[in-house]
Design a protein around this ligand. Structure first.
Ligand code: GLC
Length: 638
């Protein structure tokens, strides 16, 4: 009898703690009658069953409901807080029940190694798992062209190059490869793919887009997301994607931005609702149908309202009409732009449908505003529960509760030869042959002398562009890779003379006269930039590039110009100076892909994903009636 009583006490304790009114108690489970009877005869009382939310055999929906029912308001608001890793410690993650931590562009550990990344993410995870309910954080990065903050990761062509390939299978494989290299660092949330349908290539984020046509962007964005997320998000080699930036981020009007010196980025979209639905909404519908569980809102505005506070588009359309069941994350401090009064900004944005706020610096400022707003009834508990449920649902589907820490066995996935070959394939397929007179291309490997010129020909930082190791990217040997010059030297057995400025005064022929190359190759390139920093009122080829082209032309029988840029440049004035022009966009670390098409080891198949303007007067797209230099989809083949 004594034993039974003890058992009953145990069960009563459990019953009290688990009562329907109980909230946020340390509670195992309710033992119902059959289990009690079973206990009567057993020698020892059974340990209480694990809480529903910790049972990985149960559906994510059930687990999320159960966990939500156990949480305090502070724990819920903590889950809605996404903070930059330099602005929180692991102890802070524990203290404030933080739901997400991110590395902004360049938010790297020191040293910038796979092991150090994994250790950094694990340390924040330890803080999260030390909380009462042990809810793991979700750690996010912008792995927009490979795991691009991590030194040694394979840097794939930026999306503009992938748009030029039009190759769904290739882009799927790149998504999968990116998830692999992220997984090695225990990071399972990628702020990609960007799916703007860009209408003005003066925008500094043009290269983050697949192109100017809705269909292309829709298909490639979906393919990337499917590759990144795989068939099962709980697979340790897949990651959660974040189609961004909802909505119309690439449709703003020049000069409408209120952010610093920006002109287009974070500006105003003037499209009609019909245009929005026809041009910019379809990529999101496709992404949601493909399983997107996180969407990032845009800094842009529409109808005098910041997208971060646009309840109609975020809640009624995205969550309502499109049926989005995941969570909406703000952009970097995006809430702050909604209203000069931070409390009002929080109220308007969260009520508009933002579920997780990328604060990104002060967790307590946001948390306190949230608690006050719920206290005041300005934000309902239902809205908070909806946001937290969406966040927990993604975390359960990702398997974060079962796999919170890094796996050293995955470290070698970073920079793998397999992924480098995939990137090389993408570089070759992204190259667009614009002109090819006198059969200049491909260049014969039997040529005796080739002149190579241009700073971008031997600079991995310029070859990768923005969002590489640092937010803006930078020139120089910023990460291991193969420059165009390295690649040409590897592919061509003849004599290759490189000079950054295209000056070969000391290169003489056997008669002591200035040598003339069989082929001169000039690489003209943009300097790295990201976001509104890259907004540019003039995309015309700079004068010094024009002069370099003319210099090399004088010393070459044939001349090839390679354009390495984040968007089409205005090259009309120089076009006739060269026999051939090739656009390689921002290829990333695998310059061998450029050599493959230049020397004929791979065919030219790329098609420009943007209309190539003949002059600056032809921007933005569709605002002119003159012929562009090359139309959307143009590209010679050989
Ligand atoms: C940036 C970008 C966004 C990125 C986020 C986190 O400002 O707008 O694309 O995902 O901040 O780095």
């Amino acid at each position: 009898m004594k034993r039974l009583f003890a058992v009953l006490l145990l069960s009563l304790t459990i019953l009290t703690a688990c009562g329907p009114a109980a909230e946020a108690e340390e509670t195992p489970v309710l033992l119902d009658q059959p289990e009690l009877e079973e206990l009567e005869g057993s020698p020892e009382p059974k340990a209480p069953k694990e809480p529903v939310y910790l049972n990985s055999d149960l559906p994510a929906e059930e687990r999320a409901e159960d966990l939500l029912s156990r949480m305090t308001l502070e724990e819920k608001v903590g889950q809605m807080t996404l903070i930059e890793k330099s602005s929180i410690t692991p102890d802070g993650v524990e203290e404030y029940f933080i739901g997400g931590v991110l590395s902004g562009g360049g938010g790297t550990p020191s040293p910038n190694t796979t092991e150090a990344w994994a250790e950094m993410v694990d340390s924040y995870q330890e803080g999260a798992l030390a909380t009462r309910l042990g809810i793991p954080i979700i750690y996010g990065v912008d792995a927009v062209h490979g795991h691009n903050n991590l030194k040694g990761a394979v840097i794939f062509p930026h999306n503009i190059g992938l748009g030029a390939t039009g190759d769904l299978d290739l882009v799927y494989r790149i998504g999968a490869a990116t998830a692999e290299e992220m997984a090695a660092t225990n990071i399972y949330w990628n702020y990609a793919p960007a799916i703007p349908v860009v209408q003005d290539i003066r925008w500094g984020r043009t290269y983050e887009s697949y192109g100017e046509v809705t269909g292309l962007v829709t298909q490639l964005g979906k393919a990337y997301l499917e590759g990144l997320q795989g068939d099962d998000l709980s697979d340790p080699l897949t990651a959660l994607g974040t189609p961004k930036h909802y909505i119309g981020d690439g449709a703003t009007i020049w000069g409408s931005s209120m952010t610093g010196s920006y002109q287009l980025d974070q500006g105003v979209m003037t499209a009609t609702e019909e245009e929005i639905r026809e041009k910019y909404l379809l990529p999101y519908q496709a992404a949601i149908d493909a399983g997107a569980l996180s969407v990032m809102v845009s800094f842009s505005s529409w109808q005098d309202t910041k997208m971060h506070a646009h309840k109609c588009l975020v809640t009624d359309v995205l969550k309502g009409e499109l049926g989005f069941e995941g969570f909406v994350v703000s952009d970097w401090g995006g809430l702050d732009q909604v209203n000069g009064n931070y409390y009002r900004a929080v109220v308007e944005s969260i009520n508009a449908g933002i579920d997780m706020n990328m604060v990104p610096y002060s967790a307590t400022k946001f948390i306190n505003a949230m608690l006050e707003a719920v206290e005041n009834g300005d934000i309902s508990e239902e809205r908070v529960d909806d946001a937290v449920y969406r966040i927990l649902l993604a975390k359960f589907k990702l398997g974060l509760f079962e796999r919170p820490y890094s796996d050293p066995a995955l470290f070698d996935l970073v920079g793998s030869e397999k992924n480098r070959q995939l990137a090389r394939e993408a570089v070759a397929k992204s190259a667009v042959l614009l002109t090819n007179e006198n059969a200049a291309l491909p260049i014969s490997k039997d040529s005796s002398l080739i002149f190579l010129a241009g700073e971008g020909a031997d600079d991995i930082g310029m070859q990768c562009g923005g969002w590489t190791i640092s937010w803006q990217g930078s020139k120089g040997a910023i990460t291991p890779g193969t420059t165009i010059k390295d690649a040409f030297e590897g592919a061509f057995e003849g004599k290759l003379q490189y000079n950054r400025f295209g000056k070969y005064d000391n290169i003489l022929d056997e008669n002591g006269n200035p040598a003339v190359a069989d082929v001169g190759i000039v690489v003209v390139a943009e300097n790295p930039y990201a976001e509104g920093v890259g907004d540019s009122r003039d995309l015309t080829l700079p004068q010094n590039d024009l002069e370099m082209i003319e210099r090399v032309k004088e010393r070459s029988q044939k001349l090839v110009v390679i354009v390495m840029s984040g968007r089409p440049l205005v090259i009309t004035e120089a076009l006739d100076l060269a026999d051939a022009w090739v656009a390689v966009w921002l290829p990333g670390t695998e310059g061998d892909g450029v050599a493959d098409v230049i020397f004929g080891d791979a065919p030219f198949v790329g098609k420009t994903p943007f209309t190539w303007p003949a002059s600056m007067d032809q921007l933005p797209l569709g605002s002119y009636d003159t012929e562009p230099l090359f139309p959307f989809g143009y590209g010679l083949e050989n």
